[in-house]
Design a protein around this ligand. Structure first.
Ligand SMILES: C[S@@+](CC[C@H](N)C(=O)[O-])C[C@H]1O[C@@H](n2cnc3c(N)ncnc32)[C@H](O)[C@@H]1O
Ligand code: SF4
Length: 474
């Protein structure tokens, strides 16, 4: 089947996709262009509900595969490190107040909170408490709102780890998420995670004692990863049985593992496409045998109650998302976008010191963005809709009528993917007909979704790739 899929433009990609390792948002990060923040702030028509994401840009390790906006911070050990974190938190609180006032004016209720990173659990207990107090005082949180925080095996097993987690739970945090990446010591060593297998096993036991709902992340296809490593990871999962598991596929940008992948002598230590596909099939088959439900190509739940609502919000743009902190992105007013009233996707400055300086000098730190017009709404209905199922409702039908040429372009793509066996028709619970990725298509989930990016987004991504290549050559 691979040649047919390659002909339809699908193959496992080991490069970041539009600025991320998965199609996390649409329009993608790399398609955002510089914009005047004031032009966005006053135009967004926030809906009745929004999700809040707060980015803590610090980690005690700097992993060789990770392209997130982070800086090294080893906890309370140096005056310089503490001052850097204190300034960042001061900026964050100012940004929380700025947007809190705007959401209050539009009567928007916050339906879920995600404190991510980075590794928020690297902060000390009083800083975390202070941050949560600021969130609660600036925003109208819906009662029973999901409240998730990210940690890491090192921060969870640190002497203060358990105490911090119990305190967070007492303050209303409902879910913990952390990355293990692999239980293989060799893979962990080259990933520069700073621990061996025994540490995440202890971290999982602690998470299990404190939280009912928690997630762990694994990555398939890191340097030295292999099918037997996947199998060992499955055996560890069978013992631990986390409520939620996210099993990413390693994609690298301008990070050490990306350079190793592009170096011939090191490339042999990465899985090839066929091995990756066999590994993914093995993961799906064995996770099902362990009694897990697959919620999309990467995510597994022990029971439906553990499904992560935040991930869905991030990828659908059906509900507003406000992201605060360096490099955080937001989408606002998107679902109500009309030709003359645009929704926006926008992103804060990913450079940590300039984000902090901007906020502390009274400026808005938004650096890039993109208006979500009708063409982008139509693209999003495929690029995010086909993941769980795209049903063409009245709104989408009228969008298609208004854009016949673009609709023909998508029909052509759908035909090609259908012919390659990557899509399937289905009926939802109410008997409505829809279209979604088939099991074969899900093996290439993000790569297939990327094909549906709008022509404008594709041309911006191509322009950026060309100019980056030119810079590398120069
Ligand atoms: C923002 S990190 C937070 C987790 C936490 N800092 C930790 O490492 O334990 C979220 C997850 O993204 C995944 N991730 C990061 N870089 C990736 C890459 N290049 N390819 C695939 N997944 C990646 C990792 O599984 C990581 O746990
Ligand atoms: S994977 Fe986690 S700990 Fe490692 S650099 Fe990325 S955010 Fe930090």
């Amino acid at each position: 089947m691979l040649p047919a899929l390659h002909a339809a433009g699908i193959g496992i990609s080991r490069a970041v996709l539009g600025g991320s390792h998965s199609v996390a948002i649409y329009p993608p990060i790399d398609s955002l262009t510089p914009l005047d923040s004031r032009s966005v702030i006053d135009k967004i028509d926030w809906g009745k509900e929004a999700s809040l994401y707060v980015h803590i840009a610090f980690c005690e390790t700097r992993c060789t595969f990770c392209h997130y906006t982070v800086d090294h911070y080893a906890g309370k050990h140096s005056i310089e490190g503490d001052a850097k974190v204190a300034r960042y938190l001061a900026a964050l609180k100012r940004e929380l107040a700025f947007w809190g006032a705007r959401l209050a004016r539009s009567g928007t209720v916050v339906s879920s909170v995600y404190i991510g990173g980075g590794t928020p659990l690297v902060l000390d207990e009083s800083a975390l408490r202070d941050l949560i107090c600021a969130i609660r005082s600036e925003y109208d949180l819906r009662s029973g709102a999901e409240f998730c925080i990210e940690g890491s095996p090192l921060t969870i097993t640190a002497p203060e780890g358990e105490y911090k987690l119990r305190s967070l739970k007492a303050q209303g945090v409902t879910r913990l998420s952390f990355g293990v990446q692999s239980f293989d010591d060799e893979v962990l060593k080259y990933a520069a995670r700073g621990y061996k297998r025994e540490t995440p096993i202890r971290a999982c036991a602690i998470a299990n004692r404190i939280f009912e709902n928690w997630n762990l992340d694994l990555i398939q296809g890191l340097y030295k990863g292999s099918t037997s490593e996947v199998w060992d990871n499955l055996e560890a999962i069978a013992e631990i049985r986390p409520p939620h598991l996210t099993w990413y596929h390693g994609r690298f940008g301008d990070r050490p593992q990306g350079h190793w992948f592009r170096t011939e002598t090191k490339r042999v230590e990465f899985e090839d496409e066929f091995t990756t596909l066999l590994g993914r099939i093995l993961i799906w088959q064995e996770m099902a045998a362990l009694g897990y439900d697959q919620t999309d190509g990467n995510r597994f739940v022990r029971s439906q109650e553990f499904t992560d609502p935040f991930k869905r919000i991030r990828t659908t743009a059906a509900s507003d998302l406000l992201g605060l902190g360096a490099g955080a992105y937001s989408h606002g007013g998107v679902k109500v976008a009309k030709a003359n009233s645009l929704g926006h996707v926008f992103r804060n400055d990913p450079n940590i010191p300039s984000y902090v300086d901007a906020v502390l000098t009274g400026n808005v730190p938004i650096a890039t963005g993109r208006a979500v017009n009708e063409e982008e709404l139509l693209a999003a209905s495929y690029a995010t809709g086909l993941r769980i199922g795209r049903i063409e409702d009245e709104n989408l039908r009228s969008l298609r009528c208004a854009h016949p040429e673009l609709s023909r372009y998508y029909d052509g793509l759908v035909d090609e993917l259908n012919n390659a066996g990557a899509l399937e028709a289905y009926l939802d619970d109410r008997g409505q007909a829809g279209l979604r990725l088939s099991a074969l298509g899900k093996l290439f989930e993000d790569e297939a979704l990327c094909l549906f990016f709008s022509p404008a987004v594709k041309s911006e991504l191509a322009r950026r790739t060309t100019s980056e290549r030119k810079m590398q050559l120069a």
